[in-house]
Ligand binder design. Structure first.
Ligand code: CMC
Length: 379
């Protein structure tokens, strides 16, 4: 069968849209390390809380003390309709946690009386509300207890403390809160990654913010994106139990399998987020008695560098940080989502404010033109 289509070189360049500039954004850039609204993430992680960064990403600038207090109060006042919590908890026990949350976000839209309201202020209100509702949804969805449950914020504490309490992080170390803040900050935005681009495509059809976030959650779930995070815990455990992390890496590579937490579409010489989190991860490992697992992780890293030249991405230290903080593996990708909601919503609002339908073309690679044979003449 004869095939037609564009030249192979063009297709190779366009595969996965690698290196293609698909639009403009003022939210983050990877051009000079990773910066949110002009600020380097290392500086933000060292000096700010996650709420300050979420505010920055959404609103465009860092809040002053009064604005931050008002933002924190709005977040702490959020609640989720009990009907939504109940549905999320009643989903089949086999449903992965992130899937439950995707359903939950979809349901939230039906319980927002101002869902239809348009314009930047309305979208910002929905974004802030969703940012605050997501941890509550996560707390309810992972709760195995029967009977009604209504998770609420402790307004006396920041989001990281509340997430630790609500989502089941058990680490009681002085470093837990600053490290969790820094890790959440690393995930807040990352330009046109797959889930953010998905959100922008959906927003570009003039669909609403909830629909765009639901779509982004769908894109995040896959193991090449956010789904890698929750798989790292299991992989690292295997590498550790094998007693020979180098041989474990070799085995995976020989079977043409990917080692989750390594490689990146853009960062070919190392992910600045992984580099920033690595020392925090190591310190936390020592504080929480996980030195041996941390050593196994370092051996995996060395083996990957030696055998593939690939560097760790942000998920590699983050998965360990979440584990050392006492979170269960199924919550790792939802914790990524909890933070990235700020970025997704900022991009949706940016798309809405200067919208043009995102609709690229495809290079046709199917059979050449032919006529439809009669049913009885078909082979
Ligand atoms: N383990 C083993 N081999 C790998 C890996 C890996 N983690 N990553 C890339 N390779 C190999 C790949 O097999 C390919 O080899 P070959 O040329 O022989 O076929 C080569 O490196 C290039 O890979 P690619 O898939 O063309 O590279 P990409 O830019 O499309 O992929 C990636 C980027 C993140 C999808 C990939 O590195 C990967 O699958 N990593 C594991 C999953 C992961 O950790 N994802 C989290 C990404 S960062 C956080 C986020 O945004 O979600």
């Amino acid at each position: 069968m004869e095939k037609s289509g564009g030249c192979a070189g063009d297709r190779a360049r366009q595969e996965g849209l690698e290196g293609i500039i698909a639009g403009e954004t003022a939210i983050s850039t990877l051009a000079d390390g990773l910066r949110y609204r002009g600020y380097a993430i290392q500086e933000l992680a060292a000096q700010s809380s996650f709420e300050e960064v979420a505010y920055l990403v959404l609103h465009g600038d860092l809040p002053d003390a009064v604005t931050l207090r008002q933002f924190q109060s709005r977040l702490a006042a959020a609640s989720v309709d009990p009907a939504v919590l109940q549905v999320v908890r009643d989903l089949p026990a086999t449903a992965p946690l992130l899937d439950r949350l995707r359903t939950g976000v979809s349901l939230l839209s039906h319980y927002d009386p101002a869902r239809a309201a348009g314009g930047r202020d309305a979208s910002l209100r929905k974004a802030e509300q969703l940012l605050a509702q997501f941890p509550l949804l996560l707390a309810a969805a992972r709760c195995k207890k029967t009977g009604p449950i209504t998770p609420t914020y402790d307004p006396g504490h920041g989001l990281a403390e509340n997430v630790l309490r609500l989502v089941g992080g058990t680490a009681a170390t002085p470093r837990a809160i600053p490290v969790l803040n820094a890790t959440l900050i690393m995930y807040a935005d990352h330009e046109f990654n797959a889930s953010t681009f998905t959100a922008r495509v959906v927003a570009s059809t003039l669909s609403d913010l909830y629909a765009a976030v639901v779509a982004a959650l769908g894109a995040l779930q896959g193991p090449l994106h956010g789904g890698a995070l929750e798989r790292i815990g299991e992989a690292l455990h295997e590498a550790f139990e094998s007693g020979d992390p180098d041989a474990w890496v070799q085995g995976l590579l020989a079977r043409k399998q990917r080692v989750m937490g390594f490689g990146h579409r853009v960062y070919k010489h190392g992910d600045i987020r992984a580099q920033s989190l690595q020392p925090l991860c190591r310190e936390l490992a020592f504080e929480t008695g996980n030195e041996r697992l941390e050593q196994a992780a370092e051996q995996v890293e060395q083996a990957m560098r030696l055998r593939t030249g690939l560097h760790p991405n942000v998920d590699w230290p983050s998965a360990r940080i979440f584990r050392y903080l006492g979170f269960s593996a199924e919550t790792f990708t939802p914790l990524f989502a909890l933070s990235r909601i700020s970025g997704w919503c900022a991009h949706i609002i940016e798309q809405q404010s200067n919208n043009r339908l995102i609709q690229p073309r495809a290079s046709y690679a199917g059979v050449t033109a032919r006529t439809v044979p009669r049913l009885e003449d078909r082979p």
